[in-house]
Structure formats: structure tokens, C-alpha cells
Design a protein around this ligand. Structure first.
Ligand code: HEC
Ligand code: HEC
Ligand code: HEC
Length: 442
């Protein structure tokens, strides 16, 4: 073990001991089971609750691949181990069917389950704690009115010390900010609505903000400064955005509503379900409000940068593809240009022709997202007719070939310095896949 690793382990253990002390004094009582009649909730309240659930994207985390909606069993990779989501259908045995509103609200606002055990903040109660009382009651009415599904997902087992759930009482003392979202009087109604949707419901910062060593979101200038989700980089949505063309309110609206912006490309990876079940399903005025708020956070990014326009970028890409004669350029021409064809007259295959010369992923400091796109492809779109599918190249291309095509795109489609150590990153990312999907490697 390196010195640095020993130090961080010592610090984590010390912190754990301190926090355990605090936790001993922070015992949470069990809340008795209740019998809930879903017919008690007015239809209008249930309908509003459905909108809150969409904006908060509960189904994304609480539905296992191929499993019943909200019946749990989705595996979340975190730096502390795999955390399995629970069944939040109103089944009385395996779900939350016997939870009173009081128990539900405590879980949502303070991260404590009905039986008094602490929940991990992989469940974004850190955002939901800021939900308005009215939205919380509507959400409860909606959840309790859904069909109950009997399903007992596998239990979460993190390694010591993280398996000591009581430690989360200390974590909450340190990091849980329960203040409601503060209205900003100088901003418009739409901006304030967008702020509330982004912070309290949509938990955009859960993925788009970097976290500290104990897994809490950083604040201040790091807010929306770029984070991580399932191994993918969730790009910065603040002034440090690397998007080659600055995002506008309209472009954000297109991307969040339809999963695609002409100026930026498609929503991929874990942003796809955010659009599919969240931002495309809420009221259109709410998607606009989100766009207004996020655009204001991004103000300043790329400003004063009089970079090439989208047509100029496309023309440069076209020239590079036509004239470069490297391994990477040849792979691009043969394997990729059919869909990513720069210049006029390119095919509109499968309804999409994603403009890589406008993609943020190629402009980030690390090549991870681009490598993941090339190895995995994308098999799902955000539900929009212009989205499309991309085959994965894990089998067709070996590490050196993936490296070559990634370097070619970086050099030819962006004004950014070349990435170093791409081949190491390709090897590392391939190694993370299950054996059957690792492909060719060397
Ligand atoms: C980012 C992923 C994520 C989202 C989004 C999410 N949850 Fe969860 N939720 C989890 C995980 C993971 C757990 C289990 C945490 C644990 O075991 O400590 C959980 C636990 C819960 C629990 C505690 C259940 C129990 O049996 O202990 C409730 C209640 C809950 N979520 C409700 C919701 C609702 C309602 C929404 C939408 C408004 C929602 N969650 C959105 C990940 C998520
Ligand atoms: C579960 C994690 C997750 C959540 C939650 C999430 N995002 Fe994302 N987001 C991502 C990832 C990963 C990408 C990169 C996608 C890609 O490369 O195709 C992304 C990309 C984006 C982009 C494109 C940025 C660029 O420069 O290309 C925008 C805009 C965006 N998200 C907005 C939002 C908003 C607004 C919310 C909240 C409503 C949100 N995201 C919630 C993971 C997330
Ligand atoms: C069959 C058509 C097709 C082929 C062939 C194809 N792609 Fe794609 N590619 C797509 C589509 C569609 C998307 C957008 C998908 C999404 O994000 O939902 C995409 C997205 C991407 C992205 C992400 C862009 C962004 O917005 O961040 C990269 C990088 C990429 N492709 C590179 C390649 C490379 C390199 C090759 C060749 C080795 C290739 N593609 C071959 C269809 C294709």
C-alpha cells in the first residue's frame, strides 16, 4: 500500500470512529406500520404526484433491467461498493405499502428507513430533502396508488466500515443541507422554478458535481462543475463547460426535451434515462424552466471565445477526413464515416447523423466518454426519432486501433491538445467490462 493510501485509510478510520461516536447519540426510532387505503387520495393529487415522480426520476434507480417498475434491484456502482435499490411499490411485505406519510417523509428528507436504519446517500435524499411539502404529499399519494409488486431485492453489502449504516448519522450531520431552495428575487419566475426542479427534484448535481472523499457533493464554484456517473464523466454544466459551442437556452431545451440538439449531439449514457423518463415527460414549461436555470449556470463558458462556427467546424472535419492518412483516419473513414459523415451530402442513416465536431465528449480533459462510446456503442436512445443506435467496436477494434481513432478525432475535430495515455485508458476501461464483453484487447 502506498503512503498516500495508508494516510487516507487512517483518516477514513479516524473519521469513522468520531462519526460512530456521534451516531450512537443519533438513534432513530422505528415508525409503526400503518394501513393505507389508496382510495383516500384525490385524483388530482395523484396526478400531481406523478409529475413529481417523473421530474425526480424514481424509476431510473428503482427498476432493475427487465424488472417491474419501481420494484427495486437496480445495482448502483459507487466508490464504496455496489448499492442495491429497494422496492418502493406499495407492497406491504417487500415494499413501502405499510409506510405512513411520516415514515415516507423521514426517508425522503433525512435518509432514514421506516425501521430506523440509515440509508446511503446514493439515494438522493440530499436533494429530495428540499422538496416542497405539497410536492411531498402528492408524491406519497402517487406512490401509494401504484400497483404493489412483491419483490425482495438482494441486500446491499458494503465492506467495513461502510457497512455500518449508523455512520450515516454522522455523515448527515456533516453534509446534509436541509434548507429549502432559496428563491432569488432578482431572477424570473421561470428561473426560480428551474432552480427548484434541478436542485430538489431532478438532482442534476448528483451526477454533474464532483464529490469529496466521503462521497458528498462539493459546493461553491464546484457546483455542477462536472462529476461522474457509472464510470462516465457527467460534463460540467457551469462556467467551466467544455462544449465547443456555448450552450443556449434553446439548445438546452432541445437536448432535455428530445435528447438531441443540432448544436451538440445526442444525450447518451446515463443521461439517456434522465431525458426519457424525466425531462421529456414533465410539463413543457418545466423543461423550459430547467433550460433557463442551467443556461444561467453556464453563463460565461466559452464567452469571448470567438471560435469557429458549426459550419466551419464541419468543413474542417471534412477536410481532415479527406486528407489525413493515418491509421486513425483510415479506421474513421471505413468504420465511422457512414454515420458520422462531415460535409454536405452525408447519409442520414437511422435518422441520425451525430455531429462529432460539436460533441462535448471530444473536448473534455479525459478521453473516457469517447472510449466508452467507441467500445460500447449506444443501444438505447432517449426516445426521440432523431436519436439512433451505434454499434460497439469492442470486438472489431483492438486497443491500438481504438486509440488511433480516438486520437484522430481529438486532433481533427477539436482545437484541444492531444490526449496522452489514451491506450492505458482503453485497457483500463475494457478491463472493467464483464469478461464476455471485453472484446479484443491487445
Ligand atoms: C439515483 C438513484 C435513486 C433515485 C433517483 C431515487 N432513489 Fe430511492 N433509493 C435509491 C437507493 C440506492 C436506495 C437504497 C439505499 C440504501 O439501501 O441505503 C433507495 C431507497 C429509497 C427508499 C427507502 C426504501 C426502504 O425500503 O428502505 C425510499 C422510500 C425511496 N428510495 C424512494 C424514492 C422515491 C420516491 C424516489 C423518486 C422521488 C427515489 N427514491 C429516487 C436510489 C434512488
Ligand atoms: C444519473 C446521472 C445524471 C443525472 C441525474 C443527470 N445527468 Fe446530465 N449527463 C450525465 C452524463 C453521463 C452525461 C454525458 C452524456 C454523453 O456524453 O452523451 C450528461 C450530459 C448532460 C448534458 C450535456 C452536456 C454537454 O456539454 O454535452 C446536459 C445539458 C445535462 N446532462 C443536463 C442535465 C440536467 C439539467 C439534469 C437534471 C435534470 C441532469 N443532466 C441530470 C449524467 C446525468
Ligand atoms: C450505425 C451508425 C454509427 C456508426 C457506424 C458509428 N456511430 Fe458513433 N454514434 C452514432 C449515434 C446514433 C450516436 C449518438 C447516440 C446516442 O448518444 O444516443 C453516436 C455517438 C458517437 C459519439 C459520442 C458523441 C457525443 O455526443 O459525445 C462518438 C465519440 C462516436 N459516436 C464515435 C464513433 C466512432 C469512432 C465510430 C467508428 C469506430 C462510430 N462512432 C461509428 C452512430 C454511429
Amino acid at each position: 500500500m502506498s503512503r498516500a493510501a495508508k494516510w487516507s485509510l487512517t483518516i477514513v478510520i479516524l473519521l469513522a470512529v468520531v462519526v460512530a461516536g456521534i451516531a450512537l447519540f443519533a438513534h432513530e426510532p422505528e415508525i409503526p406500520t400503518a394501513s393505507i387505503d389508496p382510495k383516500q387520495f384525490p385524483e388530482e393529487q395523484v396526478r400531481r404526484g406523478q409529475e413529481v415522480a417523473s421530474a425526480s426520476m424514481c424509476v431510473v434507480c428503482h427498476t432493475a433491467p427487465g424488472g417491474a417498475v419501481n420494484a427495486g434491484g437496480f445495482h448502483m456502482e459507487t466508490p464504496f461498493g455496489v448499492i442495491v435499490s429497494t422496492n418502493i411499490t406499495p407492497d406491504t411485505e417487500s415494499g413501502i405499502g405499510a409506510w405512513s406519510f411520516e415514515a415516507f417523509e423521514r426517508a425522503m428528507r433525512r435518509g432514514v428507513a421506516r425501521d430506523g436504519t440509515h440509508l446511503y446517500p446514493a439515494f438522493p435524499y440530499t436533494s429530495f430533502t428540499k422538496m416542497s411539502d405539497e410536492d411531498m404529499r402528492s408524491l406519497y399519494a402517487y406512490m401509494m396508488s401504484q400497483p404493489p409488486v412483491r419483490n425482495e431485492p438482494q441486500a446491499t453489502r458494503l465492506p467495513f466500515p461502510f457497512n455500518q449504516r449508523a455512520l450515516m448519522a454522522g455523515w448527515n450531520l456533516l453534509f446534509l443541507d436541509r434548507d429549502p431552495v432559496a428563491k432569488v428575487a432578482s431572477e424570473s419566475e421561470a428561473w426560480n422554478r428551474g432552480q427548484y426542479l434541478a436542485v430538489a427534484l431532478g438532482h442534476c448535481s448528483a451526477c454533474h458535481t464532483p464529490r469529496n472523499a466521503l462521497g458528498a457533493e462539493k459546493t461553491g464554484k464546484d457546483y455542477l462543475g462536472g462529476g461522474e456517473a457509472e464510470g462516465w464523466i457527467a460534463p460540467a454544466l457551469n462556467g467551466s463547460s467544455k462544449a465547443p459551442i456555448p450552450w443556449t437556452e434553446q439548445a438546452l431545451f432541445d437536448y432535455l426535451r428530445a435528447g438531441y440538439s443540432d448544436q451538440h449531439g445526442a444525450a447518451g449514457a446515463s443521461m439517456t434515462p434522465v431525458v426519457r423518463v424525466g425531462t421529456s415527460q414533465i410539463a413543457e414549461s418545466d423543461t423550459r424552466a430547467l433550460a433557463t436555470y442551467i443556461a444561467s449556470q453556464m453563463a460565461g463558458a466559452g464567452q469571448g471565445k470567438t471560435g469557429p462556427t458549426p459550419p466551419q467546424r464541419e468543413a474542417a472535419a471534412q477536410a481532415a477526413v479527406a486528407t489525413t492518412d493515418t491509421l486513425g483516419a483510415r479506421i474513421y473513414a471505413n468504420a465511422c464515416a457512414a454515420c458520422h459523415h462531415p460535409g454536405p451530402g452525408g447519409p442520414d442513416l437511422f435518422g441520425a447523423q451525430p455531429p462529432l465536431w460539436l460533441a462535448t465528449s471530444l473536448n473534455l480533459d479525459q478521453p473516457d466518454n469517447v472510449i466508452r462510446y467507441v467500445l460500447n456503442g449506444t443501444q438505447h436512445d432517449a426516445g426521440n426519432p432523431r436519436g439512433g443506435h451505434m454499434p460497439g467496436y469492442a470486438y472489431a477494434l483492438n486497443d491500438a486501433q481504438v486509440t488511433a481513432v480516438v486520437q484522430f478525432m481529438r486532433e481533427s475535430f477539436t482545437g484541444q491538445p492531444a490526449w496522452t495515455d489514451v491506450q492505458d485508458a482503453v485497457r483500463r476501461i475494457r478491463g472493467e467490462y464483464p469478461l464476455a464483453l471485453q472484446g479484443r484487447g491487445e
